[in-house]
Design a protein. Structure first.
Length: 510
């Protein structure tokens, strides 16, 4: 896009990223005349198909004018959709053009896609509206497509994004006000499972992750991370989670080819897209990772394994997911049967609840650890719909203590993405089993763990305190930041770190 600022924004891209982008993702060299002719012919053909009229030579030239200035072909539709202007169908393969979303319409990307002639008609002087700013560049100051990106990369936007990035580094877990005063922030971490998966592949490698029984995902929510590992990378995975698993969203993305849509991430896929291929479900250990289960799994307990496994399963099934979080059956029934009168205190049989935890209401036995909504309100729950109490949902059930122990002790790595109360136990189990791990803690739960202390004796009350406390479980634990909003500090140990820490033991909770 010769006249566009993206030619001068290369200072905003790391040198390695620029070289990689040019070599791996840039289109093959084409002359300006070839680009213009190809795009103009495609646009003319698309217009002719819709209207039945043959465009004149001047019209064809106008269709290719913007492409001539940009030096890159216009995008083409990959799926059947509707034009944001004429509301007619956009067929796969048609030339399309993005415009900023107009008032009254809602789209996650903030864009509308139009037929190319419709876009030309919306502009002035026979030219389409300005090309929108790249959302990735606006958010982070970087775009993995680099100079091959179709969207605008204004230097001023990149500088502002870099300023925000520096601010986040100084306080990486600070909340970002993005919905106005008095409203809960919308945390854009919908793809956090994919971000974690890509980090695991980059850091550990697919061959290491495939060893043994594969990856053990503690408090894995719906099981999205484990599902992606199994079906996109052929890595065995097990989810240790008290709730039933739900792979409906993953299966939909798989069927429609969403995982394969962006060529930037093709190197993180170890299979081709086949909608007819049946997806495989990961194993599901429906347990609460409480202290007895931790001791049994680590080989430090003296209780019978079958008894611990059975008790952990019963505790998990005694919980129900509602709009108020995880509750035991009796508590949910009591809450459903009683109706509080406005302005009156609760009846004696229903004592007032304590102040809510920042992660929303969770009622369970002391020491029971499970996934709950995080403090940004973006937990892996089902959006308030009560889930079934029995069964394993979409996961493959593990029904014996022997098989459960094989999956836990034979895992290649322990991962926990926003595991809530299970964060410390996940790290302690990995240390005891001498396994690599990657844990992103979220909520602090200071009232549930009042005995936690920092080296100086202070209580663990803030997120920064929690990260420091967990990192203190071993001098070999490292930290980094993942690329999504919300709590994103990752504590991890690689196989090399585990080898260096051989002989060390996890610090139990004081």
């Amino acid at each position: 896009f010769g006249s566009r600022a993206r030619r001068s924004d290369r200072h905003c891209l790391p040198r390695a990223c620029r070289a990689h982008t040019r070599s791996a993702f840039a289109p093959p060299p084409m002359s300006a005349d070839d680009v213009a002719a190809a795009a103009a012919a495609a646009a003319a053909a698309a217009a002719s198909e819709r209207t039945g009229a043959v465009p004149s030579g001047d019209e064809v030239g106008r269709m290719g004018a913007e492409v001539t200035k940009s030096g890159a072909p216009l995008p083409r539709a990959k799926l059947l959709s509707s034009c944001g202007c004429c509301r007619g169908d956009i067929q796969p393969g048609e030339v399309i053009y993005p415009v900023e979303q107009r008032a009254g319409r809602r789209s996650r990307a903030g864009l509308e896609w139009l037929h190319w002639p419709c876009a030309v008609g919306m502009g002035e002087g026979g030219a389409p509206p300005p090309i929108p700013i790249c959302k990735h560049f606006a958010r982070s100051g970087q775009c993995q497509y680099g100079i091959a990106c179709f969207f605008e990369h204004p230097p001023a936007v990149g500088i502002e994004a870099e300023r925000r990035a520096l601010a986040r580094k100084s306080n990486p877990n600070a909340k970002v006000a993005n919905r106005g005063d008095g409203r809960r922030n919308r945390v854009k971490n919908d793809s956090r499972a994919s971000v974690m998966r890509r980090w695991l592949l980059d850091t550990c490698g697919v061959e290491m992750l495939r060893q043994g029984s594969g990856v053990l995902d503690v408090a894995g929510g719906k099981g999205e991370l484990a599902w992606e590992l199994v079906n996109l990378n052929a890595i065995p995975a097990t989810v240790l989670e008290p709730r039933p698993l739900d792979f409906a969203s993953c299966a939909g993305k798989f069927s429609y080819g969403i995982y394969w849509r962006n060529p930037i991430f093709h190197r993180y896929l170890h299979c081709s897209h086949d909608p007819a291929q049946a997806a495989e479900a990961p194993w599901h250990l429906r347990l609460l990772l409480d202290l007895p289960v931790l001791a049994w799994a680590s080989g430090a307990g003296d209780k019978d394994g079958d008894e611990v496994f059975a008790n952990g399963g019963r505790a998990a099934r005694a919980l129900r997911w509602t709009r108020k979080g995880l509750h035991e059956d009796g508590e949910v029934e009591q809450a459903d049967d009683e109706e509080e009168v406005p302005g009156q205190p609760p009846p004696p049989s229903a004592p007032p609840l304590p102040p809510p935890d920042p992660c929303d209401g969770v009622a369970r036995e002391e020491g029971a650890l499970a996934a709950a909504p995080n403090e940004e309100g973006m937990g892996d729950g089902d959006g308030g719909v009560e889930q079934e109490e029995g069964g394993h949902g979409d996961g493959r059930a593990v029904d014996s203590a022997t098989r459960a122990l094989e999956l836990i002790r034979g895992c290649s790595l322990v991962v926990a993405l926003h595991p809530d109360q299970a964060a410390e136990h996940a790290i302690a189990m990995a240390l005891a089993l001498r396994k690599p791990f990657a844990v992103v803690p979220c909520c602090v739960y200071a009232t549930e763990f009042p005995k936690r202390r920092l080296p100086g004796g202070a209580k663990v009350r803030t997120y920064e305190d929690l990260v420091e406390y967990l990192q203190g479980l071993s001098p070999h634990i490292r930290t980094t930041e993942l690329d999504f909003e919300g709590k994103r500090t990752l504590l991890y140990m690689t196989p090399a770190d585990v080898a260096a820490a051989a002989g060390s033991s996890p610090r139990g909770e004081k």
